[in-house]
Design a protein. Structure first.
Length: 570
């Protein structure tokens, strides 16, 4: 047994941070190809299971559980549960990415298959053996799966049986678990170097970071580098300041995300788009957000859609290429952000402004699409000195009686919601909750219903193969705490916004296409009410095409106009 794990098992006052950091180190060791071929693989896997069970018991607070979840989601191993019929359930985000990629395991309905005949045969044999409940579980099996495109490329896997006692059913429940190293060819040291270069770390800091990501403690790093522990701790603080990781465990997670990104792209490495970072607000609530780009880059805050979250699949690379830092915060109750009951649009604006203050950001640009425009405009109204400008992609305006003339072209669903919100406001609370109850039961089926009501052009974009899986992941993440936030958002957007559009004094760029018949109504309302509207035409596009397919053209038009007409705001 690992000596650190042994000490933690005996330590009744062990802190959750210690076990989660040990869990990270164990996952990295298991992910190395040479580990799978060694005689110690079974023992290493058993230690990993013990560490995971201990972590789940120690992590009692919401913050501790969040850190453990982050470790599991960003470890270099995909964690899956398999049924006797090879039905599959991913238990971390790496598993979802693996199944979406289909390189080693491919979805077929609710099950998985290997396109390599020998791999499929071996997997079926082992799952059949491990699916039988036993008093004494079988020892973990170590084997390899072949790549779909390159049968000579083998990835190490670990199959084992896990038994848990179900309190409700009062019986033991057996799971067949699979750990699969989807980054078999990744070289941690090399990827950490790219991460270090991205953040401007020195050679010494890069070496320390490499040792930390390889599982060494600060004391072990000091011993290996022949330095004092105090010196190494000081250098680690410098690394944390440069990377804005906040704490050592977050630093290791960020570096691991570079490992994952490098294995996926094989190109210049960038932070993973949806990586969650956490900020504590003054009232004790926490807000999670994704953050990509350099600290000196101009900041663009994306106000995510009604059904997405910080994982909204807008292309981060497009922003980085233009020297823009993209931040996407989860609104209250979405993703991992703590809920704020009965909040208004201006209340949410206060949360975002506090986050920007905490990140040391003086001014920013706000980006929003469709009805998320309400959130962007609320921030611009509440703190005009903090907002340079706003970019609205087919932005929406507040609902009023003039909308009735457009009901002929409006989808039936939207028509009903608008009418109920305006004429029966008390009913809308219950109605929206009932309407979105199916999101919790079957997010994918619910997403298809949503796609059907957003217009043909928007639907066509969202259904594109490289966009749809990311949208589905974002939808699942957005409702992880239930559908209360989703229901509350619809009430906010389709009711009185609580501020006047004329109070927004900064430039507002109205990116307008001609694919959505309802957009012309909103565009006319916004152009009439805003103080500094700027029209940017983008023919043939709806909001989804602008956000997910043509965001580079949107940013280029916006930046060109600012340079030519608004040099003072740069």
């Amino acid at each position: 047994m690992d000596t650190q794990l042994q000490r933690l098992l005996l330590d009744t006052s062990a802190e959750p941070d210690r076990i989660t950091e040990l869990l990270q180190a164990m996952a990295l060791r298991l992910s190395q190809p040479e580990q799978a071929e060694g005689v110690g693989a079974e023992a290493a896997l058993q230690d990993f299971q013990l560490a995971l069970n201990l972590a789940e018991k120690l992590c009692q607070t919401a913050a501790d559980k969040f850190r453990l979840e982050s470790v599991l989601n960003n470890m270099p191993m995909a964690m899956l549960e398999l049924g006797p019929d090879l039905s599959v359930r991913g238990t971390n985000q790496q598993a979802q990415r693996l199944l979406d990629a289909g390189v080693f395991l491919r979805r077929q309905g609710h099950s998985v298959i290997c396109d390599h005949e020998l791999s499929q045969q071996r997997l079926e044999e082992l799952v059949a053996q491990y699916s039988v409940p036993r008093a004494e579980p079988l020892p973990p099996a170590v084997f390899n799966l072949a790549s779909v495109s390159d049968p000579g490329h083998l990835v190490p896997c670990y199959l084992y049986q896990q038994s848990q006692f179900d309190l409700e059913r009062q019986q033991a429940v057996h799971h067949v678990c699979l750990l699969l190293n989807e980054n078999a060819n990744a070289t941690p040291g090399q990827n950490v170097s790219a991460y270090a270069q991205h953040h401007g770390l020195t050679a010494g800091e890069t070496e320390i970071l490499t040792l930390l990501t390889n599982g060494l403690s600060v004391n072990e790093v000091a011993k290996q580098r022949c330095k004092s522990v105090h010196t190494v701790r000081t250098q680690v603080k410098g690394i944390l300041a440069k990377t804005r990781a906040g704490r050592q465990s977050n630093l290791i997670l960020q570096a691991r995300q570079f490992v994952a990104a490098g294995a996926a792209t094989g190109a210049a490495l960038q932070p993973q788009s949806g990586a969650a970072q956490r900020f504590t607000l003054s009232d004790g609530r926490q807000i999670t957000y994704s953050d990509s780009g350099g600290p000196s880059d101009q900041v663009v805050v994306h106000c995510h859609g009604m059904f997405t979250c910080r994982l909204d699949p807008v292309d981060h690379q497009v922003f980085r290429q233009r020297g823009l830092r993209l931040i996407i915060p989860d609104r209250p109750g979405y993703g991992l952000s703590d809920p704020l009951p009965n909040h208004s649009l201006l209340d949410w604006a206060g949360d975002l402004l506090e986050l920007l203050e905490g990140l040391g950001i003086d001014r920013c640009t706000l980006l929003a699409a469709d009805f998320s425009s309400a959130f962007a405009l609320a921030v611009a109204c509440r703190a005009p000195q903090r907002v340079r400008d706003v970019i609205l992609l087919e932005g929406a305006a507040p609902v009023d009686s003039r909308l009735e003339r457009y009901e002929a072209t409006m989808p039936v669903y939207y028509k009903a919601v608008f009418l109920v919100a305006r004429r029966m406001p008390k009913l809308i609370h219950k109605a929206t909750y009932v309407a979105y109850a199916h999101f919790s039961r079957d997010p994918e089926k619910a997403l298809h219903r949503f796609i059907d009501i957003i217009g043909q052009d928007n639907s066509r974009v969202v259904r594109e193969p490289h966009i749809y899986p990311q949208i589905l992941t974002a939808v699942r993440e957005s409702i992880r705490q239930g559908i209360s936030a989703l229901s509350a958002t619809q009430i906010l957007l389709f009711s009185d916004w609580g501020f006047a559009l004329s109070a927004v004094r900064c430039p507002v760029y109205l990116v307008c296409g001609d694919a959505d018949p309802l957009a012309s109504y909103h565009r006319a309302r916004l152009e009439d009410a805003l103080v500094q509207p700027v029209l940017l035409p983008l023919a043939g596009q709806g909001w989804a095409g602008m956000l997910y397919r043509e965001i580079d053209a949107v940013l280029d038009q916006w930046m060109e106009h600012r340079i030519q007409h608004l040099p003072f705001s740069m």
